[in-house]
Design a protein around this ligand. Structure first.
Ligand SMILES: [Zn+2]
Length: 95
């Protein structure tokens, strides 16, 4: 699984393409990666989930805007793992 795949999508706030390297893995759960993406253009950040669909392709599911920077996101994930689970549950329900 490659988290670089996030560069195929645009920022949901300003519409600019995310630059390579703007995404960092926060954590993972089962077959899903939790990724923090920072937009160089509008300085917004997003937490998103990348998971494999049944055909084996990586898909990026809906993300959430966040005020957390990367290290804060990692800290938050580690301290409050339940929150990450809740995010994943919400996304899994949407799919
Ligand atoms: Zn942006």
């Amino acid at each position: 699984m490659k988290y670089e795949d996030v560069t195929i999508v645009n920022c949901s706030v300003c519409g600019e393409k995310y630059s390579p390297g703007s995404a960092k893995i926060v954590g993972n759960r089962n077959n899903s990666l939790v990724v923090h993406i920072h937009c160089d253009n509008c300085k917004s950040s997003m937490i998103t989930i990348i998971s494999k669909n049944p055909t084996g392709e990586n898909t990026m599911t809906m993300g959430m805007l966040t005020d957390l920077n990367y290290s804060e996101a990692v800290e938050s994930m580690n301290m409050k793992a339940i929150d990450a689970d809740e995010v994943l549950d919400i996304i899994e329900n949407i799919q």
